[in-house]
Design a protein around this ligand. Sequence first.
Ligand code: ZN
Length: 144
Amino acid sequence: MELDDLYKDLILDHCKHPRNFRPLADSEVLVDEENPTCGDHIRLTARVEQGKIADVKFDGKGCAISTASASMMTERLIGMPEAEARRLISDFVGVIRGEKELDVDSLGDLAALEGVKQYPMRVKCATMSWHAAEKALDRIAGNP
Ligand code: ZN
């Protein structure tokens, strides 16, 4: 099996069975993000305890890339120290925008989404949930 196929399977799996995806109560929603060019809509909430990300959840409706990216993100962020999570967010967004070199050691499975950088129209699909997570962390820290 080619690496590309493995990656495709991984993305499809997250798309069909998104992790940490469940309907959020309106009062829980910290960030609401839309990507009008594709029609993606994501709502996200997070919880930080003792400097670590204790929980991240999302709901909404999006294309395969946006759903898979959000799902993979929640798996990675939960349990991570906040400072490390912010670094990962910046690294991931940088790679997808083609501004940073891919570091497979730090991105791991997220490297599956690297191919998106060849499709400028889809970059926002892959990065919107990451921006949402960053905004959620800012809000939790008290910076709107
Ligand atoms: Zn999309």
